[in-house]
Write a protein that binds this ligand. Structure first.
Ligand SMILES: Cc1ncc(COP(=O)(O)O)c(C=O)c1O
Length: 822
């Protein structure tokens, strides 16, 4: 790799050379820890045992104290002397002298798993920092640190370290200098040592890392697979029974391997546990997941977030409750709300007509809807709001702000954040702030501040006789005394972290999760959970949690960096930029929703990324790359199937008319990214060649196709409205979708119309009402739902659509509608 770097530098490919430096640097860290490389201080390690230089996981411990070099060497050697062959892991100390150096180390060194503070650290670094790091650090530190008392500075450093990496274990070695340590100090630390006891420190560090490493259900399943057992229940595949002795399906065993079959079971004892009534290893695994994801409680789901969403809807909604929901949300919400009997109030996300997909729902629109309900005297009926964070295309909300402002209008509103795409976000400080669980924690903390209540009271005085428009333009503060904080997040762990397909989690931060709601949650969970849950999925959720608690920070930063490198390659490569363009923040978020104006904040560094994610109403997840392909003359669907998949074996999740969405994830490698770039270059080459060979008429056809793909089709249709018979009044927008749905079960209520006839009917002013969902894929949102009035927007949009897959539409019979004049 070093040779390769030299070659790249010689050829003046500086970016590519720089890109190789990072993995080498990481590799060197591993070598220096794992194999005790003879570095500058190597000679001093002569006392250490060599037994620890093996394949056990290795990590670093950050030790923060301003001590002279000889003492550092002695300290390192002394700690190393406590290592033993019996230790489950091995670690090495990294010693830094100051508050600032400690935070810098935590930012740039992901192998740190624990931090030891000594009161002797100084405030500032002597290193010369890049402008980016300096400004990120300044914003992180906030109020000046010089002048803080001895205990205050320890607390501040502990808090800042936790803000960056909450999963780390913190220790305080207070020595004799600090006599009186209040509980407010000690509770921030895994342990406080009042005197220097290095053996105890060594053991504590290993034990606490061991707690994160512990994956109780995965380990129980491994244990089960190793034990001899006779199977006399209904699972022939268990322990390979029906496979190994078979003449015809032995290849199944060979393909999947022995352990998969050995671990197939539905036993609930002997170390295993019952998902439906967990009390052992599953319960423990869920508790650990709650800790890792910052939730009060977490539940495993083995049938994807499609099911997780239905569980939450059923648990919280009673028939007739009004639920505000993004119409562009995943189908599981529409079906879940229908089953739960909610009165559904659809919110429209801002449209991105040019690219044929939606953004997210503006806070303005959410507040206005809530205020309309207040005006109509129906606010008490509004139970919940459901939003997708982040969206498929990577638009991320300011979750904390949305919740605060909504709670200021409706203090007991429940939030369901669909984080199907965002499980990884909890493991990076910039992303984390915009997750549901972190936002709930931040709000709860604010509520404890006296000044918060003060601000609330002052704002109330100002808003006393104000009209709705003042409520909309003011940044509202909720009443900390009256608010009930009830926040739910559903995550497809399998989409962004290590988990087998369908592994999902529900994370809960609900003040009112009392025995009462506990019961309704339990019933909802029972309704949707199989009595034969897949243990491999559960075990993978447990092990996936272990991974992110120990290496999530590094993996998430890397996935964002890799995506940024793709965007840069596309922007700089002469041939690529002729046909492709990565959509940036300016393309995906209208100006009114952002204060920062950087097209790709992360490209400008950590500080710029952090700033945009602190200020803007919406931001774009940098690990997603929406590639505009209109100039190729190839539509998204053809690009996905005929080019990427069939020719090069590249899978993408989603396309629109003129875009293809590429996602990096924690498993994406640098070589995969290089392959993607190579493939795009080949495709661009092919197009170049084809264009050269085209005759004038073919060229005209191609240009017409490009023209079509680079100009806007008919706009994405807003949700029109529910038919009057399903509504309550003219001001509020909710409709009784369930009644409409069940009315459609009676064939005599419905008929089919072909598109041309439908267009005619709508044009002539007849009210036509949809009897079922119609969802073209892409874009994937229901253009029609049961009970919705079909308008000309919908008809025009559908007429222009060239999507192959339209769920709920029968090409032979047309649209299913309620009988005219019914
Ligand atoms: C926003 C959103 N929510 C929920 C789901 C369903 O998740 P799962 O595939 O885990 O059932 C998806 C799937 O794509 C999704 O995009």
């Amino acid at each position: 790799m070093v040779a390769e770097i030299q070659e790249l530098i010689a050829a003046e490919h500086f970016e590519a050379a720089l890109a190789l430096v990072e993995p080498i640097a990481n590799h060197m860290t591993v070598i220096s820890i794992g194999q005790g490389a003879e570095g500058v201080e190597g000679a001093e390690e002569s006392r250490e045992s060599t037994a620890w230089r093996d394949s056990r996981p290795h990590f670093e411990v950050l030790y923060v104290d301003d001590i002279p070099q000889p003492d550092r060497l002695a300290l390192k050697a002394d700690m190393a002397a406590h290592r033993s062959a019996d230790d489950a892991f091995a670690f090495e100390l990294t010693i830094v002298p100051s508050f600032e150096d400690a935070l810098i180390a935590l930012i740039i060194n992901p192998t740190i798993q624990a931090v030891v503070l000594r009161p002797g650290f100084v405030d500032f670094t002597k290193e010369k920092l890049s402008r980016d790091l300096r400004s990120y650090l300044d914003r992180l530190i906030g109020e000046p640190i010089d002048g803080l008392g001895p205990i205050q500075r320890i607390l501040r450093l502990a808090d800042k370290a936790t803000e960056l990496r909450p999963e780390l274990d913190l220790y305080l070695v207070a020595g004799v200098g600090i006599e009186e340590l209040a509980t407010s100090v000690t509770k921030r630390f895994s342990r406080v040592f009042r005197r220097e006891d290095r053996m105890e420190l060594h053991l504590s560090i290993l034990r606490k890392v061991g707690e994160r490493y512990n994956a109780p259900f995965f380990q129980a399943l491994q244990e089960y697979a190793r034990r001899p057992a006779g199977v006399f229940h209904a699972l022939p595949i268990s322990r390979g029974g029906s496979v190994n002795n078979s003449t015809w399906i032995r290849d199944m065993g060979e393909f999947y391997g022995r352990n998969l079959l050995m671990a197939e079971t539905s036993a609930t004892s002997g170390g295993l546990d019952s998902l439906l009534s967990p009390s052992g290893s599953i319960k423990q695994a869920q508790t650990q997941a709650a800790r890792a994801f910052g939730a009060k409680r977490s539940y495993f789901v083995t049938n994807g977030t499609s099911t997780a969403n239905k569980i939450v809807h059923q648990a919280l909604i009673t028939p007739g409750d009004v639920v505000l929901v993004d119409r562009n949300c995943h189908k599981s919400h529409h079906y879940g709300l229908m089953m739960a009997g909610a009165r559904v109030a659809y919110l429209d996300a801002y449209p991105l007509d040019e690219f044929s997909f939606y953004g997210a729902v503006s806070l303005h629109s959410i507040k206005k809807t809530l205020l309309d309900y207040r005006g109509a005297g129906r606010l008490d009926e509004v139970k919940m709001i459901t939003l997708t964070n982040c969206t498929f295309d990577g638009i991320v909300y300011d979750v904390q702000r949305v919740m605060e402002e909504c709670l200021a209008i409706k203090p007991d509103l429940i939030f369901l954040w669909d984080e199907a795409w965002f499980a990884f976000a909890g493991f990076h400080p910039v992303y984390r702030r915009r997750t549901a669980m972190a936002a709930a924690a931040a709000i709860e903390e604010e509520f404890h501040e006296h000044s918060y209540e003060q601000s609330y009271l002052e704002q109330q005085a100002l808003l006393e006789n104000a009209d709705d428009s003042a409520w909309i333009t003011t940044r509202l503060i909720p009443n900390p005394k009256a608010t009930r904080l009830r926040v739910y997040a559903t995550q497809s762990t399998h989409k962004t972290l290590t988990s087998l397909r369908q592994g999902s989690m529900i994370h809960i931060w609900d003040q009112d999760f009392t025995h009462l709601s506990d019961e309704s949650f339990h019933d909802a969970y029972m309704t949707h959970t199989s009595t034969s849950p897949n243990y491999q999925i559960l075990a993978s959720l447990d092990i996936g949690r272990r991974q992110v608690e120990l290496e999530g920070y590094e993996l998430v930063q890397r996935q964002a960096d890799l995506a940024t490198s793709v965007a840069q390659a596309v922007a700089r490569h002469a041939l690529l930029k002729k046909y492709f363009r990565v959509l940036n923040t300016r393309d995906l978020i209208p100006h009114e929703y952002r204060e920062s104006d950087k097209p790709m904040p992360l490209r400008d560094g950590l500080a710029a990324w952090d700033e945009a994610w602190r200020t803007d109403e919406f931001v774009v997840d940098p690990s997603r790359i929406s590639l505009h392909i209109g100039l190729t003359g190839i539509d998204g669907d053809t690009f996905k199937h005929d080019y990427l998949m069939d020719q090069y074996g590249i899978q993408v999740n989603k396309t629109s008319r003129n875009t293809a969405l590429f996602m990096t994830n924690i498993g994406t490698s640098r070589s995969a990214v290089a392959f993607l770039i190579e493939v795009l270059v080949k495709i661009a080459h092919d197009i170049d060649e084809r264009l050269e060979e085209m005759g004038p008429s073919e060229l005209r056809q191609h240009e017409a196709r490009v023209q079509e793909l680079t100009t806007s089709p008919p706009p994405l249709p807003h949700f029109s409205r529910f038919a009057d018979k399903y509504r309550i009044d003219d001001i509020t927008i909710d409709g009784d979708m369930r009644t409409a749905h069940y009315e459609s079960y009676k064939h005599e209520n419905c008929e089919y119309v072909m598109p041309e006839r439908l267009a005619e009917l709508v044009r002539s002013g007849v009210e036509v009402v949809a009897a079922g969902f119609v969802t073209p894929y892409p874009p994937g949102f229901p253009v029609l739902v049961p009970g919705q009035v079909i308008t000309s927007d919908v008809v025009e949009f559908m007429a222009a659509l060239d999507t192959r897959e339209i769920h709920g539409y029968d090409p032979d019979q047309g649209y299913r509608i309620f009988k005219l004049g019914r």
